[in-house]
Design a protein around this ligand. Structure first.
Ligand SMILES: Nc1ncnc2c1ncn2[C@@H]1O[C@H](COP(=O)(O)OP(=O)(O)OP(=O)(O)O)[C@@H](O)[C@H]1O
Ligand SMILES: [Mg+2]
Length: 273
């Protein structure tokens, strides 16, 4: 408990530091521009806010918040296809996985969540369920604080672990440290209850789960049956045809929402009006 108290204190100090940026001698971070402010906002009075740094996000290829970025149309196109298919089927929870590591799952998951949050009707929640290599917090640059780690240990409640990255309608449940026995945890009653709670609390919410790769361990397969649908991210040249076929054997075709070919050489020029 002492460690958690110290983490909370540290986060509070960091938060105060961020809020006091107008009096700071030299601001080193570039805040994310407030381009969502004209759109209806969700009440986050009870969710901790952690402002993001635009330069850090861009370094990590997180650009879903920036409508002027050249990758934005592709992310929004994916968003619309995903939302249409989920709506048609009454699905509210989406898993993101890949055949093998490094395909770009976490990058796609964060960008997609940001793009969904930009839509007025939807709230997006992103949950880091890669319990071996949790990277959502690192890519977003979230400060050390309560997270899914403490929720699993019984040291924090779910609302205490949620973060709003100062983007309306976007909520993150980060995992800040690797978790022991991930497959057992992901198939536990605790995780089933958590998924049910996240799904049922708000019916206008899309919950995205960033999962580990499908073929290296049984982690992803342990939790997939509890998630409505799956998006498979394939890095160009990173998976063999046999590996993709094997993934399709694990995923019931009615739940496979689609395949994203990531890290591909662009064959189209950027399209702009
Ligand atoms: N479209 C892309 N083009 C170039 N690099 C990319 C692209 N998408 C992701 N990357 C880079 O590839 C690396 C791996 O990305 P990411 O961590 O999102 O993959 P992952 O599938 O989640 O990996 P892991 O299996 O470790 O969880 C990162 O350095 C990321 O910035
Ligand atoms: Mg990842």
């Amino acid at each position: 408990m002492e460690r958690i108290k110290q983490a909370v204190e540290k986060a509070r100090r960091l938060q105060q530091g961020a809020n006091a940026s107008s009096t700071a001698p030299a601001a080193r971070t570039r805040p994310v521009p407030a381009q969502f402010t004209d759109i209806e906002s969700v009440d986050y009075r009870h969710t901790r806010v952690a402002p993001l740094d635009a330069a850090h996000l861009e370094q990590q290829r997180i650009v879903g918040h920036d409508k002027a970025h050249p990758a934005s149309p592709a992310i929004d196109l994916l968003r619309t296809q995903v939302l249409q298919k989920m709506e048609e089927n009454g699905w509210r929870t989406l898993a993101i996985t890949s055949p093998t590591p490094d395909a770009g799952k976490t990058t796609v998951a964060i960008n997609l969540a940001m793009s969904i949050a930009h839509q007025t009707q939807k709230t997006a929640m992103l949950v880091d369920f890669d319990l071996r290599k949790p990277h959502v917090g690192k890519y977003l640059g979230l400060p050390e604080h309560l997270s899914l780690n403490e929720v699993l240990d019984g040291a924090a409640s779910l609302p205490e672990a949620l973060v709003n990255p100062d983007i309306p309608r976007l909520v993150i449940l980060p995992t800040l440290r690797p978790v022991a026995r991930p497959a057992e945890i992901l198939s536990s009653a605790k995780i089933s209850n958590l998924i049910a709670e996240l799904r049922e609390r708000y019916d206008s919410r899309i919950v995205i789960f960033d999962l580990p790769p499908l073929l290296n361990t049984d982690d992803a397969i342990s939790v997939l049956p509890q998630i409505d649908c799956v998006l498979l991210v394939v890095g160009e040249g990173m998976s063999t045809k046999a590996e993709i076929e094997e993934c399709k054997r694990h995923l019931p075709s009615k739940n496979l929402l689609g395949v994203v070919l990531n890290k591909a050489e662009s064959i189209t020029k950027p399209y702009a009006y």
